[in-house]
Design a protein around this ligand. Structure first.
Ligand code: CP3
Length: 340
């Protein structure tokens, strides 16, 4: 039994006393308790050791008091499980030394057994559920196929992912084959997370907003829809195609828990495009968390009023930034809890 089930009720579209709140990337780099652990263990040791991953997952529940926990892991464990090396370089981000460029590269990727490689994730979910002891629901996640393709082809983080986009447009057949493989692995992986105990899954399409509306329809949407449809009987699904506000109307017809949005769209327009049919999650600009606490509180109240308290999950429009003071993150959460 989950004691605080506000988040699950909002995903079902039920009326709530106040909207639930959590923050993308809440388990991590702005928390002093996390930074302590980072001194002792490297990134993938933290991710691959179930007790450590569970401890980091629960930290924001204890310290900030969010209404949901998100498993501490990374979207890049999927390329790893498919056979690509991923290095996490301090203050530089992820590096994939071997990228995907040809059909021979594609043929070498592991598909059928990839989800089996991630047993440490399923174990971390079990340990986390015990630690949470029903206090709040646990969110599992994966990267969306287009975003994973971006890293597999580009080999590192990027502002524009030109190489990845050019791969899609120059070799569309190969791109679709790659997207189909990632989709297959992602469905199996999320299914195993659900079996291990997560209460909801979120699919992060962090880079879909780099695509035009037409290109999104070709290279992202069909794969998001395939994942959502494969899992809808098993768990609520949240799709977060960052920056792809133009897809809201189409995505709102899916049988899913919620759609995540960023700050480049107003609550009013997002409601209008989705005709109030679906729960929306977002969309506070994480940089606003650097404003004085009194202003954060005022803006949170205004945001809830603009979305309406029902069919709404308060969140940021992207991950919390490393330089956000813990007191400001807590003020954001507290402002939601005080809403009436
Ligand atoms: O949300 C949470 O608190 C759970 C943990 C989580 C991490 N990564 C831990 C992490 C989640 C949900 C992610 C998702 C993720 N990872 C995304 C999608 C969300 C988004 O931000 O767009 C992406 C694109 C990645 C890939 C990735 N991982 C990058 C680009 C980087 C380096 C830059 C950065 O954000 O710090 C990472 C490293 C990473 N993943 C860190 C954490 C806490 C920081 C490294 C560290 O603490 O040592």
């Amino acid at each position: 039994m989950i004691k605080n089930d506000l988040f699950l009720r909002a995903l079902k579209g039920n009326s709530v006393e106040r909207p639930p709140v959590w923050m993308m990337r809440q388990a991590g780099r702005y928390l002093p308790e996390y930074i302590e652990l980072r001194k002792k263990y490297d990134f993938f040791t933290r991710v691959q050791t179930p007790e450590l991953a569970a401890e980091i997952t629960v930290q924001p529940i204890d310290i900030i008091g969010t209404d949901a926990a998100i498993l501490f892991s990374d979207i890049l464990v999927v390329p790893q499980a498919m056979g690509l090396e991923v290095q996490m370089v301090e203050s530089k981000g992820p590096i994939l030394p071997k990228t995907i460029a040809t059909s021979a590269d594609l043929a070498q990727l592991v598909v059928d057994e990839a989800a089996d490689q991630l047993s440490y994730v399923y174990e971390a979910i079990k340990v986390t559920k015990q630690k949470l002891d029903g206090r709040v629901p646990l969110i599992g996640f994966a990267g969306a196929p287009f975003t994973i393709l971006c890293y597999m082809v580009e080999g590192k983080g990027s502002k524009a992912f030109d190489k990845a986009k050019q791969f899609c447009f120059a070799q569309p057949k190969l791109a679709h084959e790659l997207l189909a493989k990632i989709t297959e692995v992602t469905i199996q992986y999320l299914r195993r997370q659900i079996k291990a105990g997560v209460d909801c899954v979120q699919v992060f399409d962090s880079w879909s907003g780099l695509l035009s509306p037409n290109d999104f329809k070709e290279f992202s949407q069909p794969y998001l829809v395939a994942i959502a449809n494969a899992l809808k009987e098993e768990s609520p699904v949240i799709l977060f195609p960052k920056g792809s506000w133009y897809a809201l109307e189409d995505l709102s017809t899916l049988d899913i828990g919620a759609i995540g949005i960023d700050w480049t769209i107003s609550p009013q327009l997002a409601r209008q495009l989705t005709q109030n049919k679906i729960t929306l999650q977002g969309n506070f600009d994480p940089n606003h968390l650097l404003k004085p606490i009194s202003e954060i509180k005022k803006e949170v109240k205004q945001m809830i009023e603009a979305f309406g308290k029902d069919r709404y999950i308060v969140n940021l429009g992207h991950g919390i930034l490393p330089n956000v003071p813990v007191t400001h993150a807590k003020a954001f959460v507290d402002a939601v809890k005080l809403y009436q």
